[in-house]
Write a protein that binds this ligand. Structure first.
Ligand code: UD2
Ligand code: MN
Length: 287
């Protein structure tokens, strides 16, 4: 019997909790987006420890959080390849236990970034007991790995210094780009609104929800929270929607009815790739 015991203690149970500060971070690192990359290039580069569906656990310690990385997506394959090329090694250097979920809006109806985030939350939870949700645009590549992709005691806005905005917050309350909320925080605000169709406002609505229910956010220092946004034009079927600006005055009245509690959609396909889980969904675009 002692032999069995020894085998067991040499297994996973004997690993310690990962240190608060990951030991092998680079700090600032070079990001170069001119090279044409393929998913094959990325696969060669990310190391052998990645598991199907873009799942990873650090080999040498137990991570306290399980992070679902959620990316809203439609027809941005080149951006996604760059994102994966830089982010998989980045997340692994941070010793995260994570999975990457790309939520692909089917069809060419009006885009709905926020609803795709809610769907990512719901679908990731069907697969594993994630307790932290990291929401990221597909075009934002971080420039410093001290910017930890995990959850904090308040909802966190991570993309504080984006090159496109001159490495400054364009306005104090911005909550777009990359954010992280624990499962509990996300439930407390009833997730994102499902009703922001087209470009703009959905991130400010989430900010309103957080301020109404949790009353505080956190951010990394601007020297650490630096990003490149991969250059792009406004996509087709994602025009600015001025109605969204009006809706921002209503968050306090709509929060309870509009969000995770009212989410409905249809999953069309789930494909597991080595680098990510790709979930194609019908978001029920209104006629
Ligand atoms: C800003 C925000 C973004 C969001 C948006 C308003 C920052 C840094 N970014 O980004 O978070 O609030 O304004 O809606 O604050 N996408 C597709 N295909 C499409 C359309 C959009 O994949 O056809 C996804 C993709 O992940 C993209 C994201 O939606 O990065 C946001 O769209 P964007 O990049 O066009 O918006 P942008 O850069 O103005
Ligand atoms: Mn963008």
């Amino acid at each position: 019997t002692s032999e069995v015991w020894v085998n067991k203690s040499a297994g996973e149970e004997s690993l310690g909790v990962c240190p608060e500060t990951p030991p092998n971070l680079l700090g600032p690192f070079q990001v170069e987006l001119e090279t044409v990359r393929t998913l094959e290039d990325v696969r060669k580069q990310v190391g052998p420890l990645l598991q199907v569906g873009g799942r990873y656990k650090p080999p040498d310690c137990i991570s306290k959080q399980k992070v679902a990385v959620i990316i809203p997506f439609r027809n941005r394959h080149e951006n996604l390849t760059h994102w994966l090329y830089y982010l998989h090694p980045f997340l692994q250097r941070q010793q995260l236990d994570y999975g990457v979920y790309v939520i692909n809006q089917d069809g060419d109806g009006t885009f709905n970034r926020a609803k795709l985030m809610n769907i990512g939350y719901a679908e990731a939870l069907k697969e594993d007991d994630y307790n932290c949700f990291l929401f990221s645009d597909v075009d934002l590549v971080p420039l410093d790995d001290r910017n930890l992709y995990r959850c904090f005691s308040n909802p966190r806005h991570l993309s504080v210094a984006v090159d496109k905005f001159d490495y400054k917050l364009p306005y104090e309350k911005i909550f777009g780009g990359v954010t992280a909320l624990t499962k509990e925080q996300f439930l407390t605000v009833n997730g994102f609104s499902n009703t922001f169709w087209g470009w703009g406002g959905e991130d400010d609505d989430l900010y309103n929800r957080v301020m109404l229910r949790i009353k505080a956010i956190s951010r990394p220092y601007a020297v650490i929270g630096r990003y490149k946004m991969i250059k792009h034009e406004r996509d087709p079927h994602n025009d600015q929607n001025l109605n969204n600006v009006k809706k921002l005055k209503e968050t306090t009245n709509t929060l309870d009815q509009d969000g995770l509690s009212s989410l409905n959609y249809t999953v069309i396909d789930i494909t597991k790739n080595m680098l990510f889980t790709f979930i194609t969904v019908d978001v029920h675009v209104p006629m």
